[in-house]
Design a protein around this ligand. Sequence first.
Ligand code: ADP
Ligand code: MG
Length: 390
Amino acid sequence: MRTDLQEQFNSLYGKDATETFFSPGRVNLIGEHIDYNGGLVMPCAITFGSYLLVAPNNENVFRFKSLNFNEQAEVLLQADHKKTGEVWYNYPLGVISYFQKDGKNLQGLDLLFYGDIPIGSGLSSSASIEVVTAFALNDLFNAGYSKLELVKLSQAVENKFIGVNCGIMDQFAVAFGEKDKALMLNCDSLDYQAVDSNLGDYLLAIINTNKPRKLAESKYNERVQECQTALAALKQELDINYLCDIDTETFGKYKHLITDAVVQRRAKHVIEENDRVKLAAKALSNNNLAEFGRLMYASHQSLRELYEVSGIELDTVVDYAKTNPNVAGARMTGAGFGGCAIALVKKDAFGKFSEEVTAYYTDKIGYAPSVYASHIGDGVGILNEVVAGK
Ligand code: ADP
Ligand code: MG
């Protein structure tokens, strides 16, 4: 793979790349719809992601090429770069622009991107491409940012340059991910703990429903609003800033303050899910995958019944998983209404799992899912410290 990319770089630019960087995608293992409620999420980096090969040019120009897209571009180095239409290279261009806004001195580069991560499926190829670019520029031009600063800069690019209103979890996970560790993270305080997550005989199956994500944004905003309503009701008697400031037991005592039954169900999901994340961290660090799997199923059921953000496609994947004795647990991951589900599947049973879930899903839904075998991988980094010509 790496040699092949180097060859592609060479045939495109007529020289070798001087460095290769990699940034993974991510999945959220558990802790869904929690980030905007002051609680804990638990993402990890996956072993699919984005490669970036670069070489300096002395021409004050950025050349952008991605093996995943047709458009390629040459952009002259200038003081203030603006977003151009809806092209893919707005992502690296936005990162360049934010380095410059911050007074960092950049020079021309030839860049080649390649992602083996499914793009636009909720595995955060966007955060991956932002963070790999930011990490590379920081390294090449000695810009002196900490990893956390690169995370914040990448999120700002996605929010303000691209115009997608995402939280910080994605960029954080792809930057700080570690092999065989999950990141238990509070998205407000950014306190986090790397939780030992040796999956042993299991791997992380990712099942993309291939459903176009349509409803997601309006329903997401509706849920945020419902959580605010629930919080305001609880605040009549409790001195809290977020729903996740209380646990399941306290919620039981005060839930009557939330008079709307639907809103009460939303709050119940959030507070119980936050408690589940803590239990999940314990289970993982004790290598108790059976318990972790049980929590995954419980999370899914809560998202399906209390929070109502699942849907027939994601439910079909999880319903199938429950019938397979080689699966420890499964759940939807991400905002819902499509996107991906994850499952912990015995390594030697993955082939059969993939075939069976595909058949079951296709029969029910009318088109096939895509199924990937992943592991918990490392965050952003340099792939080759020493390369030809350097
Ligand atoms: P995701 O769920 O994968 O993050 P997004 O819609 O947020 O989906 O981001 C996908 C966009 O990120 C692509 O349309 C493209 O603009 C950019 N992107 C991601 N990976 C690559 C890549 N390998 N090469 C070029 N652009 C990429
Ligand atoms: Mg994205």
